[in-house]
Design a protein around this ligand. Structure first.
Ligand SMILES: [Zn+2]
Ligand SMILES: [Zn+2]
Length: 359
């Protein structure tokens, strides 16, 4: 099999030929056809998350050390089954839920694999989908997404799921309420489409890039705010008539957090998903006085992924913009993402990658 691996932090990925794994027990081997490129792959490549104030959370402290293969938006074809694998057959095309837990603890039993303290996440703790083949621990993590475009389907495993789960953490919305979407990359674009599919029309998109704001309007945002403007907060509140009930932050930098938290109406929720990094000072009394919620959201569970896929298959969800590129262009893709040059989501084509030839 062919995989593109982080061999040294901060350096380009390298093509490697590895022994194709043989599934054991309940394992399923998936021949990858599509693999989405996520912003968090950049952090895995670089080896740390920025905590602000010069502090870093290093992956090495979490036991993650090169060489490893990233990629947690896998879509492909079942290629082989372990002797105890049930529920799929060779040739089935499936989306892979990557946020897999230990499968044994109470958290996993409750269906919240993504909160498990002994994760087996594909593309983080286990070899990921920047590869022609991925080994999945159990067929229960395979989702039938037949009927929608495979490239778009792949992006649902992280980008789509993260947006969906963040929206689920918003308060109940009244007709006059607004939701601010901070950051109009792949996640923001997915969130706008999902809010519209759920009947929320008061969506205001915020970004620093005019092309992304224009695309957000096409995606269904009723208003846009250029967050570079010195009076961005006042503009956002004016657009929303001071009724920002929810702010979804898909960037996660000090400027977006300040904008999102600052814009909230009383009782509003700020939901942080983005991992750009940094820190902010948060005066405490206004959190109580304004009765706001400041909370995080990290990917989502298997049930939520099935919900997103069903919504997509129903035809009620506008597809997010997706660009398909040859797998061999993985490093160019990561560079484009790092430099903010991507509209929507990048997906790698592994269907046409030769598993026996590097490059
Ligand atoms: Zn991701
Ligand atoms: Zn667990």
């Amino acid at each position: 099999m062919l995989s593109y691996e982080v061999v040294e932090h901060g350096k380009p990925l390298q093509a490697k030929l590895r022994e194709t794994p043989v599934p054991q027990g309940t394992e399923v081997l998936v021949r990858i056809t599509r693999s989405g490129v996520c912003h968090s792959d950049l952090h895995l490549q670089e080896g740390f998350f920025d905590l602000g104030g010069g502090r870093r959370a290093n992956l090495s402290d979490r036991g993650i050390a090169p060489p490893f293969t990233v990629g947690h938006e896998p879509y492909g074809v079942v290629a082989a089954l372990g002797p105890q694998a049930r529920g799929v057959k060779v040739g089935d095309r499936r989306l892979v839920y990557p946020w897999i837990g230990c499968g044994k603890c109470a958290v996993c039993a409750a269906g919240d694999d993504h909160y498990c303290l002994s994760p087996r996440t594909i593309g983080v703790a286990r070899p990921g989908a920047y590869a022609t083949h991925v080994l999945v621990p159990d067929a229960r993590y395979l989702v039938d997404a037949d009927g929608i475009d495979e490239s778009w389907a792949a992006t649902l495993a992280c980008s789509g799921l993260t947006a969906w789960s963040a929206i689920a953490k918003l308060p109940a919305l009244a007709p006059r309420d607004w939701v601010a979407v901070l950051g109009c990359g792949g996640l923001g674009m997915a969130a706008i489409a999902m809010l519209r599919a759920r009947g929320v029309s008061n969506v205001v998109a915020c970004d620093v890039d005019e092309a992304k704001l224009a695309r957000a309007r096409e995606q269904g945002a009723a208003a846009v705010v250029d967050s570079r403007a010195p009076d961005a907060l006042a503009r956002l509140q004016a657009v929303a008539g001071n009724a920002v009930a929810g702010a979804l932050d898909f960037v996660g930098m000090p400027a977006t957090a300040q904008l999102g938290i600052g814009a909230l109406a009383k009782g509003g929720h700020y939901v942080l998903c983005g991992l750009f990094g940094g820190e902010i000072a948060l005066p405490l009394p206004p959190i109580a006085q304004r009765a706001i919620a400041v909370r995080g959201s990290y990917v989502g569970n298997l049930r939520e992924l099935r919900e997103v896929v069903e919504l997509a298959r129903s035809g009620r969800l506008a597809p997010s913009p997706v660009q398909l590129r040859p797998a061999a262009q993985v490093n160019e893709c990561l560079d484009d993402l790092r430099e903010g040059r991507v509209i929507g989501r990048l997906v790698l084509d592994f269907e046409h990658a030769d598993p026996d030839r590097p490059g």
